[in-house]
Design a protein around this ligand. Structure first.
Ligand SMILES: O=c1ccn([C@@H]2O[C@H](COP(=O)(O)OP(=O)(O)O[C@H]3O[C@H](CO)[C@@H](O)[C@H](O)[C@H]3O)[C@@H](O)[C@H]2O)c(=O)[nH]1
Ligand SMILES: [Mn+2]
Length: 748
């Protein structure tokens, strides 16, 4: 038995990749030889030559970052059985859901996420679910109220029959047939549940679409005279379980924090901090799970798995957060828009898991409350913080609510995971409203030193960085059954907007106080971990070099000059291109992804880097220079029940509209096409002394056109599949300016 006690609750398993490492190194050597070749041929020095050298240095740097990240990937294996045997009482976990817009995020989606959380396989008296509604929508509230009534039947049903997918929307899509061993009792209840759920969702749909009158009275009166960005705090306890029974329903609380036009509300980060404070007052669990409104639980035992990591007495102590991958349901086959990130999880995030740990991805994450409160790992372990801080200091840091400061002190001091003392949640409403005030953060450490950090629209990454900087680690949690599944962005435009937001937010992080460089130099981020963070935070900067390279090849063709060596020297970039592509293809195939999937992702990686990441970079520059602020544009979530079948056939086709995100891509395409036409029609200028443009430049240009093929088709298509004339016109103008100036430089 003594032996049993020593067994860890989780283990790290290192993934072998000797062959891939060898190829990684080979590619690096090729990059170095390309650079040395350029360096040696310095006598042909020209501006394009120099620019090419800079870009290729950047590509080499990027490759070093990637190689470093992928070098030693790890998996975690958790043992929930051991956890249950060992701990007398499981800790509380507070569950956070954020929603921001009842149109882009239909209430039925949020409700499904909430239902899947309420039905988690975990003692229900240890759970409390907090929903933050930045949309201040009575419809979302209505959905939750009605949904909580349904939950009283749904949760027992799920637990009785050990249902795996506990979001009814997903469940009734996936389970449409009965197994032969299903009892007639089950079938009967199944039909009953389906009936109830169908009624519920129809009801919510009718209300949301204003099909039935919805007077704002009774419970809903607080929503009258509110506007999305101008309203007082609303805190409502929807479900409160008074008895300490472990098989009832968790608490359910609705919060819409105060918003006023003159106050910064800091998007999701602001909402998360309010959730942290309100939950601190009410249930004060030592651990918190945060999910976006579309991320439903797919593995009802996921908390047990995560707790194995956070509660492991040896390696778990310095783990600040446990990250589960983002995976998607209803993802379009072969990932045409490159938004499912399967290969990135496999190689990059697992690679980071082998270092100081994965970055915080914003959703599907279990947090340690004390780490969010800004403590260092050793302060938590030895309870050092408590003696040192006076109440005055605590108020400065945590804000003016004495009740909240008391709860934070309790969080610091507790050595066990004891539960709170059974005071009714409604007693905290007034205090909860106070900590949701729009000015509560002012002058405190919230968003600056602790909690979810403000200032970047990718709040997740700096928040995680801030914890790694303090010496915390993080872990991935990858049970066999996928933990959560969300809704991949619908269509091309949504993907592009999301990518633009990430690139912009990450660039702000890279150049800001919480940059991985600063964290490595002055904090406790390990050097390889810091470098792997650069992969992420350099998305914006990377686009500058790729756009520059794309412009450079077109310039060379138009002006009949070159950046690539000729003859034997051309073999270096050529081999590089071939080996790199075969290498990534091998990675995809060995992960079980298709050739098509690989190509779609290669193509999208070029398209997004040279278009939306570039726009994101520019918008980050405007923000850094203080010229304009960037806005968090919420991703549209698909309402599965309303998806029409005719859409599915064309789900993977590129659709366009007059959004500015398509202008840069179209311009790049037009520039390459112009260059190729100039070449084909022989309109190039006379080369000086045989140094004209060669095969290398032409191949690059053709490759870009191939990547941008869907845009090329868009130039000639009509309707939503066609690029609007206004966009074509703007892009043509930009392309013309580029070509014109290219020719001018040559004549002068
Ligand atoms: O003012 C806001 C804006 C957004 N959200 C919520 O934030 C979440 C993420 O927004 P979404 O539009 O779905 O963004 P995605 O790009 O899909 O999200 C990824 O990227 C974000 C950072 O850019 C992270 O916050 C997310 O967790 C991560 O899943 C959603 O639940 C929103 O309701 C708010 O609560 N308040
Ligand atoms: Mn999302």
């Amino acid at each position: 038995m003594a032996n049993q006690e020593n067994l860890p609750l989780y283990e790290k398993i290192w993934v072998k990749r000797t062959f891939q490492r060898a190829i990684d190194i080979f590619i690096l050597l090729l990059l170095f030889s390309l650079l040395s070749f350029r360096f040696l041929s310095i006598n042909t020095f020209t501006l394009p030559w120099f620019l090419a050298f800079s870009c290729e240095s950047w590509f080499t740097y990027t490759w070093i970052v990637i190689l470093n990240t992928k070098w030693s990937p790890a998996l975690t294996k958790t043992y929930p059985q051991r956890l249950l045997q060992r701990v007398p009482e499981l800790p509380r976990v507070d569950l956070f859901v954020t929603t921001a817009d009842p149109v882009l995020e239909p209430p039925i989606i949020t409700l499904n996420t909430v239902l899947s959380l309420l039905a988690l396989d975990y003692p229900s008296n240890k759970l409390a679910c907090y929903v933050s509604d930045d949309g201040c929508s009575p419809f979302t509230f209505y959905a939750l109220v009605e949904g909580s009534k349904f939950a009283k039947h749904w949760v027992p049903f799920c637990k009785k029959y050990n249902i795996q997918v506990r979001a009814p929307l997903r469940y009734f899509c996936e389970v449409t047939n009965f197994e032969s061993e299903d009892s007639s009792e089950f079938k009967q209840e199944w039909f009953l549940m389906k009936d109830m759920y169908d009624n519920l969702s129809r009801n919510i749909e009718d209300v949301t679409r204003n099909l039935i009158p919805f007077p704002l009275e009774g419970e809903f009166e607080v929503f009258s005279n509110t506007e999305k960005i101008n309203h007082p705090s609303i805190v409502k306890v929807i479900l409160e379980t008074k008895d300490e029974l472990s098989n009832g329903l968790p608490h359910l609380i609705y919060i819409s924090r105060e918003k006023r036009p003159k106050y910064q509300h800091n998007y999701k980060a602001g909402a998360m901090n309010v959730l942290t404070r309100v939950s601190g007052l009410m249930t004060n669990a030592p651990f918190m799970l945060n999910v976006d409104c579309d991320m439903v639980v797919n593995n009802p035992k996921i908390i047990q798995h995560a707790m194995c990591i956070l509660m492991d007495s040896k390696s778990g102590k310095d783990v600040a957060f446990v990250q589960c991958f983002q995976q998607f349901y209803d993802g379009i086959k072969d990932d045409p828009f490159g938004n499912q990130w399967v290969a990135a999880f496999e190689y990059i995030i697992r690679g980071m898991a082998g270092l100081q740990g994965p970055y915080y991805g914003g959703t599907n994450t279990f947090h340690r409350r004390n780490a969010i409160y800004g403590l260092y790992p050793d302060e938590v372990q030895y309870g050092k913080k408590v003696g040192k801080l006076t109440e005055k200091k605590l108020i400065q840091q945590f804000g003016s609510s004495k009740e909240f400061v008391k709860s934070a002190t309790h969080a610091f001091e507790r050595s066990d995971y004891s539960t709170n003392n059974g005071i009714s949640l409604s007693n905290f409403i007034e205090e909860a409203i106070q900590v949701s005030d729009c000015g509560y953060d002012n002058g405190t450490s919230w968003g600056k030193k602790m909690g979810w950090l403000y200032g970047s629209i990718s709040e997740d990454v700096p928040t995680g960085l801030n914890m790694h900087r303090k010496g915390w680690r993080s872990e991935c949690c990858t049970p066999v059954q996928t933990a959560f599944k969300g809704c991949a962005p619908v269509g091309l435009l949504t993907t592009m907007i999301q990518q633009k937001r990430w690139a912009s937010g990450l660039t702000v992080v890279f150049f800001g106080r919480h940059s991985p460089v600063m964290g490595t130099l002055f904090g406790k981020i390990q050097i390889r971990a810091g470098l792997s963070y650069c992969w992420l935070t350099n998305w914006g900067l990377r686009s500058v070099f790729e756009v520059c390279y794309a412009a450079l090849v077109a310039y060379c063709i138009i002006t009949n000059s070159n950046i690539f060596p000729k003859g034997l020297g051309l073999w270096i970039p050529f081999t590089l291109f071939v080996i790199y592509n075969l290498h990534t293809l091998q990675e995809y195939l060995s992960t079980g992804l298709s050739l098509r999937h690989w190509w779609n992702n290669q193509r999208m990686s070029i398209i997004r880097t040279t278009s939306v990441w570039f726009i994101g970079f520019l918008s980050a520059m405007l923000k850094i220079l203080g010229i304009s602020d960037s806005v968090f544009e919420v991703t549209q979530k698909k309402n599965t029940s309303s998806s029409a079948a005719e859409d599915d056939a064309n789900a993977g086709r590129f659709t366009f509209d007059d959004s500015p995100v398509f202008v840069v891509g179209t311009t790049i395409l037009l520039v390459q096409l112009t260059a190729l036409f100039v070449k084909i029609l022989g309109l190039q200028l006379q080369a000086h002394s045989g140094n004209g443009c060669g095969l290398g430049e032409l191949m690059c240009s053709v490759y870009l056109v191939v990547c941008y093929w869907p845009y090329l088709k868009g130039l000639f298509a009509r309707g939503k599949y066609g690029i609007p004339l206004s966009t074509i016109f703007k892009s043509a103008l930009l392309a013309f300016i580029f070509v014109h100036f290219s020719r001018i430089t040559l004549i002068s």
